[in-house]
Write a protein that binds this ligand. Structure first.
Ligand SMILES: *Cc1c(COP(=O)(O)O)cnc(C)c1O
Length: 428
């Protein structure tokens, strides 16, 4: 599509946008009495307005019913995860039985590693992207140690080529093949949090399976951002958080995907708790763990109703909008941001521009909504300037500004305003 850097053009795109109405479903931030351009949906999504009523409902049931809320509440707490799985499954491209909402992300990652990282003396290596999100690095490092391995030896880090910022799929495949005897598991991000690169999960999964390795993805930056097909891609497991693109509040709950070929295997090693036990017998308090079928069999504790109530409300908006429609708008919105950035930067993309370099891949299939830029001189100063002027990207050490226009509540006019602020900064 032919873009133009003008307010009227941006407003025209907003008029044609069938998802534009969802912006009103969120509490937009204000800066000096004007709506700010919020670009941190990759870190903490904005609050959906329907969340308050959802929490109030659970507070009311607790106040009125006490423990009976487990069975007599409007949304009986005993079965709460069921109210989330269908809509969550659509977001990640899974069957409802392959998905469960529970705990927090890093805790779930460890639970999945318990089941899926079963190293032997010879096949024990974990492959991940270099500079993965720190929590994932620490999780993999300590998993290796837990099994008696030295992380320096057990963890293979995928590094971009000299002078490049992102990974090439061909290099990922080559590394898988080069380690075919020793590779136990590939555990990487679906979208890298720093560069915004979306990995080719389907191709990676196929290559890893071909050498007998397991594949798990941390979809923290992919869920609610890309159109995932975890089931069809044959991914073994995945985890994600719900507070980033899924707008489910600080410290919000997390999602887990376990492919059905594993989920219905009760012999798979796992750390269990009573909420993963066969629901029909859960309150018989019997000895002997009998897991529920599917991902639900990995639950530990009784449901965290408040974070889950927020997630339930948020998922209703995703269901109404449709992840495929959101993704279609997202490609256009981020394409527009790229166009505007390139204009400010002297018309160049991917290569070094006048003021900054966009390090996120140019191909829409290789990215979500986020663009990451490295500014040539004093990036932190530009970041501070943008914030003072009502544009809110985020800053990641050592040198990246991340901007994530999200299709659910950002507008084309937002993107236009980013360009205006950048022009002012670089021209004064
Ligand atoms: C945001 C994020 C986390 C955060 O983990 P929590 O357990 O939710 O605190 C972990 N890994 C990745 C890849 C992330 O993007």
């Amino acid at each position: 599509m032919q873009f133009e850097n003008s307010l009227s053009f941006a407003q025209q795109l907003d008029k044609q946008d069938s998802l534009a109405k969802f912006r009103n479903e969120f509490h937009l931030l204000q800066k000096d009495g004007k709506p700010a351009v919020y670009l941190c949906g990759n870190s903490l999504g904005l609050q959906p307005k329907n969340v308050r009523a959802a929490i109030d409902q659970e507070l009311k049931d607790w106040a009125d019913l006490g423990v009976e809320g487990h069975f007599d509440g409007k949304n009986p707490w005993m079965y709460y995860h069921h109210f989330l799985t269908e809509k969550a499954a659509k977001i990640v491209g899974a069957k409802p039985s392959e998905v469960v909402i529970m705990n927090n992300l890093t805790a779930n990652l460890h639970l999945m590693m318990v089941s899926f990282y079963r190293p032997t003396k010879t096949r024990y290596k974990i492959m991940m992207e270099v500079s993965a999100f720190p929590s994932d690095q620490y999780a993999m490092e300590t998993q290796a140690r837990f099994h008696g391995f030295n992380p320096e030896d057990a963890i293979i880090e995928l590094k971009p080529r000299e002078g490049e910022y992102t990974l090439r799929t061909e290099d990922i495949i080559a590394t898988i093949n080069a380690n075919k005897e020793e590779l136990a598991i590939v555990m990487m991000g679906g979208v890298n949090y720093y560069t915004g690169q979306a990995f080719d999960m389907k191709t990676i999964t196929k290559a890893a399976h071909a050498v007998g390795a397991i594949v798990g993805f941390d979809c923290a930056h992919a869920a609610g951002n890309l159109q995932l097909q975890l089931h069809d891609w044959d991914v073994d497991f995945a985890v994600w958080c719900t507070y980033k693109y899924l707008n489910s509040g600080p410290g919000g709950t997390s999602g887990v995907f376990v492919h059905e070929r594993h989920g219905n295997n009760p012999d798979l090693v796992r750390f269990a708790g009573w909420w993963g036990h066969d629901e029909k017998e859960r309150f018989q308090m019997k000895k002997g763990f009998k897991p529920m079928e599917g991902a639900a069999g990995w639950q530990l504790s009784n449901a965290q109703i408040f974070p889950m109530a927020i997630h339930k409300a948020s998922l209703e908006l995703f269901d109404e909008a449709g992840i495929e429609n959101l993704r279609a708008k997202s490609e256009k919105l981020t394409g527009y941001l790229e166009f505007i950035l390139n204009e400010v930067n002297g018309g160049l993309s991917g290569v070094e521009g006048k003021h900054f370099t966009i390090i996120t891949p140019k191909t829409p299939a290789e990215r979500g909504c986020q663009l990451s830029i490295i500014v040539k001189e004093n990036g932190k100063k530009l970041f501070d300037y943008l914030n003072e002027n009502g544009i809110m990207p985020d800053w990641r050490e050592p040198d990246v500004i991340r901007m994530s226009p999200v299709p659910m509540y950002n507008s084309f006019e937002d993107v236009y305003r980013i360009g205006e602020a950048l022009k002012q900064y670089f021209n004064h």
